[in-house]
Design a protein around this ligand. Structure first.
Ligand SMILES: C[S@@+](CC[C@H](N)C(=O)[O-])C[C@H]1O[C@@H](n2cnc3c(N)ncnc32)[C@H](O)[C@@H]1O
Length: 296
């Protein structure tokens, strides 16, 4: 929890317009993290206009070039996206986009999976319910800001079960069998309470009663904001929708900019940010009052 004065210094601004145009206002290297979920190809055409899967890469690239320009060289770009099914087959536009982004100069550093813990049950003739989405992590450089300690998880059950039966390979550090050059020493984790997480995030969808059909849960941007930024850094969501990324950024003490092409969504995002600001102010006032009382 931060103080009212720290909060007042934070900036959260929502813009209405095409991110391609709006971003022209911003200088090179302003942002530490671009975190976003773009309009998916052809999805929700009636809500906010879909881009045809065949035209998706061509549509996305000029915008990605702007994201790259406004991102610091130590920054990260995380793209939450999932390819649709067309004619009984997964479309390949996301795979094509990854290749095209690499050609644009991005490094495809990692792919995180958001496992939707509470996806809807259903029955399809040729597949099972879709319970995950990609969070593609791109960077400008091999070395980038990454606060791994900020997202450590309790060791939990794994510690109890795995460490009870340590084998020779676990005790002596050994080179990875796949020759990656990395070794492991599981015994090192014996006395630790927290471990580094995996690249699979198990988060429930939670759209509450927000008036946006494609909002992601706040816990999704939160995790990446903690991992790739420090307090006071700048976060950008160029397809901000209901403002989830900006609310998460603000609650974590980061500055942020959100952009949406639909007026109703930029206004919704502004309202969400305003409500979150009020709630934070109230909490800060209560906490400060509590500290003053206890100092006396
Ligand atoms: C998948 S939704 C984002 C939802 C958001 N993550 C949330 O939690 O509410 C994508 C958003 O991108 C907006 N959008 C589509 N094209 C855009 C563009 N060219 N520039 C800015 N926003 C755009 C849509 O109006 C939509 O609100």
């Amino acid at each position: 929890m931060y103080k009212r004065s720290q909060m007042a210094a934070l900036k959260t601004d929502i813009f209405h317009g095409d991110c391609l145009d709006v971003l022209k206002k911003f200088p090179d290297g302003k942002f530490d993290l671009v975190f976003t979920s773009p309009p998916y190809a052809d999805r929700r055409k009636h809500t906010y206009g879909g881009v045809k899967p065949e035209e998706y890469v061509e549509w996305f690239l000029p915008r990605a070039a702007e994201f790259r320009r406004v991102l610091k060289s130590s920054g990260s770009f995380v793209l939450n996206i999932k390819e649709k099914v067309e004619d009984g087959e997964r479309h390949t536009f996301v795979l094509e986009l990854i290749l095209a982004l690499r050609k644009q100069g991005w490094l495809w550093t990692e792919e995180y999976i958001w496992h939707k813990k509470n996806c809807h049950p259903g029955k399809w003739p040729n597949r099972f319910r879709d319970a995950w989405e990609r969070c593609l992590h791109f960077t400008r450089e091999k070395h980038f800001k990454m606060n791994q300690e900020a997202v450590m998880v309790p060791m939990g059950d794994w510690k109890e079960k795995r460490l009870r039966s340590l084998g020779t390979n676990d005790i002596v550090r050994f080179q990875s069998r796949v020759g990656s050059g990395f070794g492991k020493n599981i015994a090192n984790w014996k006395d630790r309470e927290r471990a580094y997480p995996s690249n699979v995030l198990h988060l429930a969808t939670e759209c509450g009663n927000k008036d946006h059909s494609a909002a992601f849960p706040k816990s999704l941007p939160e995790w990446f904001i903690k991992l790739f930024t420090d307090a006071g850094d700048w976060v950008l969501d160029p397809f901000v929708g209901s403002g989830t990324t900006c609310v998460a950024a603000q609650e974590l003490g980061r500055n942020s900019i959100g952009i949406d092409i639909k007026r109703e969504f930029s206004e919704l995002a502004e309202n969400e940010v305003e409500s979150a600001t009020m709630a934070l102010m109230e909490r800060a006032t209560k906490t400060n009052g509590y500290h003053k009382k206890n100092k006396r």
